[in-house]
Ligand binder design. Sequence first.
Ligand SMILES: [Zn+2]
Ligand SMILES: [Zn+2]
Length: 439
Amino acid sequence: MKAVLDHVGIAVANLDEALAFFRDALGLEVAAPEGVPSQAVTAHFVPVGQASLELLEATSPDSAIAKFVGKRGPGLHHITLRVDDIDAALAQLRARNVRLVDAEARSGAEGALVAFIHPSSAHGVLVELKQARLKSRPTVDNIGSDGRAQLQLRQQQRSSKTIAVGDLEIVILSDGLFRLDGGAMFGVVPKTFWEKTSPPDDRNRIQMCMNPVLVRGPRTMLIDAGCGDKMTAKQAGIYAFEREFNLQHSLVVAGESPESIEIVLASHLHFDHAGGFTERAPDGTVRPRFPRAQYVMRRGEFEDAMHPNERTKGSYFLENYKPIADAGVLQLVDDDATIMPGVRVRRTGGHTMHHQIVMIESAGKTAVFAADLLPTVAHLPEVWVMGYDLFPLDTMSFKRQFVREAIEREYLVLFEHDPHVAAGYIREKDGKRYVEPVS
Ligand SMILES: [Zn+2]
Ligand SMILES: [Zn+2]
């Protein structure tokens, strides 16, 4: 059985005293409390690397934590190991006559499946097994969600960031989190290098996000739209989507709605950018998701996406853009062009033949939606190019001149897939390039 430490549960008698130690004395960050009414506890997560400490405070004298503290005093309560297949793990334990508290996995927080192993069979340690639920419905509310260290990341995705660019306003939105293979994300770069900046999970995947951007100007524009709600359960398992909070919520937070979007602009048509362009109607058909919008795509990209080949068919799904053409709301552009005053597209090639970035310019200020040219901050060095790129040498040559330009002209670069840095300035100091994040 392959298992990863998810968290260590610590029963707390007096929360203030516990915080005085973990937060104040140790200087650790404590996430906002989460109530678990079924257990009559409040949990305070303390991220430590890829795992967390979980400070458990009883909210009722009947709570198991209250009883534990009453009998043994505060202290270590349980450890939680994350497994890929909890049913298989329980079967393996049963076969070895291990005493289980839960004969079958049951529902835990955040749609996870959990089961406890009795301490008498585990050298005096209460062990919880946990599996992020992937098996049942492929809906947004019960997929994904690994370790508690994710908590802060999720909260970060929920806040909407509004930035003024001259007379235009941009809002960084979120369609949630997902994961892609770390090797594929960094192409020829050895893991020993990339794992430092992008730590992989037990399936070698790295954390990414989908951050479409709203532009308010003469018209209201959405650039890319995340993966949307049409992904299958199998895809949800592969990509570990965490979309409890998604574009729909993010638009509401930004004070918008699907009806208020007038232009939808595509960087390219891979599913993690274009999946949210369409939605499944109650009758099962797929239709444009933004009922009043004109959709703008690059002709070459649209044609390539309509005819995927063996190499590209894992990312191009017709249901994401064909219904838009069928509905008569598609506008194709052939060349670099201005889409609305202050917003123009620029072909980069590389990632796909017709991949484009979006220049947002007003009153001498420029923000750039870099899409998959610079998906994360880690992709700043020239050779840190995705294995997914169809024409990596083109990515490198465009990136070389673009990064120089971005430094000289102080572009605010928007990183669509970086879970920690949504926007920042590329700087150069003593020959070293880095990104100065904008909070
Ligand atoms: Zn892509
Ligand atoms: Zn992408």
